[in-house]
Design a protein around this ligand. Structure first.
Ligand code: ASP
Ligand code: MG
Length: 293
């Protein structure tokens, strides 16, 4: 336990799950089980990606609108991805929460339709509109996860990255100001929920405009969250076994490393290791947060 402002805080564990792990309901619910198991031991803050295909489809939808082409089929596909998950999740969610998920989905769909019409008229999509649209997959993942966790009688809530993570730089490749964001987190009583879920890939700039943290930015979101809340550790759950000393797809006897220093991780990633981006390693190195892959 440590003192933040006037609140004693238990160190939380950060856990990040990517799009492949959340691609459909069976996988999504397996992730929920992993989170619940962890939460039976320690408070958890997890970071979620959009289910696989969603971010690509949202981006493609915007591009079609820019080129005055028909984006409705893609929009329908994104909708269907969530409807399929919500329907299969129905038995594991309270009826009111289930209804709420549909309301949130409908709000997003209405918002996209409206923006995409504008984009089609302009023949161009300003970055701030693109950012606003593409972060929605992460938000919907997070809403669903909170509903599932709550159904297991564990307190849970969404951490809204637009209110907590201040980021600067290009709207689609923004970099988080960790010191400023830490101050915002210090004002939040994290002890009110056992599980917090933060949509990855998302932040807001000084003007309150939604920004993205770059493609595959959810790992970076997890690292930043861990730094902001002085997490006990940051776990990146992924579909590879961990970090190898060389690219296992190219070298047959590549060896899985049991541990490496922040410096070594940084070097490997500069030389092309895809497991962790240098941008992701920086915050966990700066705040000396152990990271498990
Ligand atoms: N969903 C975003 C992307 O596909 C961010 C992430 O998953 O890390 O780039
Ligand atoms: Mg990834």
């Amino acid at each position: 336990m440590f003192l933040v402002g006037r609140v004693w805080r238990h160190k939380m564990k950060v856990m990040k799950f990517g799009g492949t792990s959340l691609a459909n309901w069976p996988r999504f619910s397996a992730v929920a089980e992993i989170i619940l198991t962890a939460a039976s031991v320690t408070p958890v803050a997890c970071v979620l990606s959009a289910p696989a295909t969603v971010t690509n489809n949202l981006l493609a939808m915007v591009e079609l609108a820019e080129n005055e082409q028909d984006y409705q089929p893609l929009l329908a596909q994104v909708k269907q991805t969530f409807v399929d998950m919500f329907e299969q999740a129905k038995a594991d969610i309270a009826p009111a929460a289930h209804q709420h998920l549909y309301t949130v989905l409908e709000q997003h769909l209405a918002h996209w339709q409206q923006k995409l019409q504008g984009v089609q008229l302009l023949g161009h999509c300003p970055d701030l509109i693109r950012a606003e649209i593409v972060v929605c997959g992460e938000r919907l993942s997070s809403e669903l996860m909170v509903a599932v966790i709550k159904q297991a009688q564990v307190s849970a809530g969404v951490l809204v990255p637009q209110s907590l993570l201040l980021a600067n730089g290009p709207i689609l490749e923004a970099v988080v100001d960790i010191d400023a964001s830490r101050q915002r987190f210090n004002l939040v009583d994290l002890s009110i929920n056992r599980v917090w879920v933060m949509p990855g890939f998302t932040a807001a700039n000084d003007d309150g405009v939604t920004v993205t943290l770059g493609r595959n930015g959810s790992d970076y979101s997890a690292a930043v969250l861990a730094a902001c809340i002085d997490a006990a550790c940051c776990e990146i759950w992924t579909d590879v076994d961990g970090v190898y000393n060389t690219d296992p797809r190219l070298v047959a006897d590549a060896q899985l490393l049991s541990q490496l220093s922040y410096q070594e991780a940084m070097e490997l990633s500069y030389f092309g290791a895809k497991v962790l981006h240098p941008k992701t390693i920086a915050p966990i190195a700066q705040y000396q947060i152990p990271c498990y892959i």
